[in-house]
Design a binder for this molecule. Structure first.
Ligand SMILES: NC(=O)c1ccc[n+]([C@@H]2O[C@H](COP(=O)([O-])OP(=O)(O)OC[C@H]3O[C@@H](n4cnc5c(N)ncnc54)[C@H](O)[C@@H]3O)[C@@H](O)[C@H]2O)c1
Ligand SMILES: O=C(O)C(=O)C[C@@H](O)[C@H](O)[C@H](O)COP(=O)(O)O
Ligand SMILES: [Zn+2]
Length: 363
């Protein structure tokens, strides 16, 4: 018996083209319709870990009459570089890719960020479709049109807002995901819980061990709820002129940790430490009640996400945070909570408060 497919609409307001995020199983039948009949060529960007999937998709699209090319890129953050983007541009050039042709990004958030960026920049923007294969990419990276790559100076420093034409979240893909990567995606789900949908937290707290596996009873609901949070925010503020900043909860410190680790840490793990820090910052700044701040530790720890990072790295992390995308001039800005589901901006916190908050995180 085939399971129901959930369709979540994104965009369609604030001048952006609407598109759908589909969540279910066996969704590849939807791909042809999303590619459309104007395309002659399709490029499938996939990581090494999904070589078989990439080739199967290529063969399927070739059978449907497209000139299909598979572009294999390195796993994880190794793909989010200028060199790998240039490699993809070369492949598109060599296959004669035109403005009506389509890029398909299949993989985790690193792959969809790269594929979207390549689509955004090729001929100043071609159509692209995301097929996220990690929890994190389904609930966050593939939705909302932020695309980009890292540089040695920082995370996602080069990129473009370029929404996909559609997002296909096939839950079956999660069966092959290593547990650490599954759990890393829970960090962005928990983020959605704290900033907007506390039911997410209750579902995880009801059985944290079950939440760690694709077979858990609430997996589909957790994914769908998180996508709805993201969809609602990016639909009203695609280019982050205000509201969208709330999706950056925990990310100011997270991105500094990722850079400090030369992008060898998983994003979700860094976001977990970053949310712990943001909760302590909110508490010490007098914004967040103790119970909600403590709840961060309990829920993150219960699914096996990290809370701590090296204490001695604080000066370097602080320097990196100064060039976070939310900073304005010399003003550091953080997303903190005024309460559960009440994200807000904390501007220019007292350096002593920042250090004290990191004192809870550093080890
Ligand atoms: N654009 C956005 O709005 C946005 C939002 C959140 C995160 N991100 C970005 O997403 C990235 C993190 O994404 P991620 O956590 O998915 O990590 P990832 O893309 O690095 O994937 C993790 C690993 O899993 C492998 N993999 C992917 N799918 C698999 C599967 N089904 N089975 C087995 N292995 C599989 C990948 O090849 C990789 O080695 C970061 O670069 C982060 O900055 C972007
Ligand atoms: O979509 C957004 O906006 C987010 O902030 C979601 C984050 O989870 C994501 O990691 C994003 O890539 C961070 O964006 P950045 O602009 O801080 O690089
Ligand atoms: Zn993130």
């Amino acid at each position: 018996m085939s399971e129901a497919v959930t369709r979540i609409q994104v965009g369609g307001t604030a001048g952006s083209e609407p598109y759908e995020v589909l969540v279910g199983r066996q969704l590849l039948g939807e791909l042809g319709g999303l590619i459309g009949d104007k395309a002659k060529r399709v490029a499938i960007v996939h990581p090494e870990a999904l070589a078989e999937t990439g080739e199967a998709l290529r063969a399927d699209l070739a059978e449907q009459g497209y000139e299909a090319v598979a572009i294999q890129v390195p796993n994880a953050e190794e793909a989010k570089t200028a060199e790998v983007a240039a490699y993809c541009w070369k492949a598109l050039g060599q296959s004669g890719f035109t403005r009506t042709d389509v890029v398909v990004g299949v993989g985790g958030g690193a792959t969809t960020d790269l594929a979207g960026f390549v689509a955004a920049t090729w001929l100043r923007g071609v159509r692209w479709i995301a097929i996220p294969t990690t929890v994190l990419a389904m609930v966050d990276a593939a939705v909302g049109g932020k695309t980009g790559i890292n540089t040695a100076e920082g995370k996602n420093l080069v990129g473009a807002f370029h929404p996909p034409a559609g997002v296909l979240c096939d839950l079956a893909a999660l069966d092959s995901l290593p547990v650490n990567d599954f759990v890393s995606g829970l960090a962005e789900i928990i983020k959605a819980g704290f900033i907007a949908d506390p039911v997410i937290l209750e579902l995880i707290e009801s059985d944290p061990q079950a939440a760690r596996t694709p077979a858990g009873p609430h997996t589909a609901e957790l994914i769908e709820r998180s996508i709805r949070v993201k969809a609602e925010v990016v639909s009203s503020d695609l280019k982050e002129s205000g509201l969208r900043e709330i999706l950056n909860y925990g990310h100011t410190l997270a991105h500094a940790i990722e850079k400090n680790e030369r992008y060898q840490w998983r994003h979700g793990a860094a976001v977990s430490v970053g949310m712990h820090f943001a909760a302590e910052l909110g508490r010490l700044a007098g914004r967040l009640d103790d119970a909600t701040a403590d709840r961060h530790r309990t829920v993150l720890e219960s699914v096996g996400l990290p809370l701590h990072y090296r204490y001695d790295q604080w000066p370097k992390l602080l320097e990196t945070m100064k060039v976070d995308k939310k900073s304005r001039g010399d003003l550091l800005r953080f997303i903190v909570l005024d309460g559960l589901g009440k994200p807000t901006v904390l501007e220019g916190p007292d350096p002593a408060v920042l250090l004290a908050a990191y004192g809870e995180v550093g080890e």
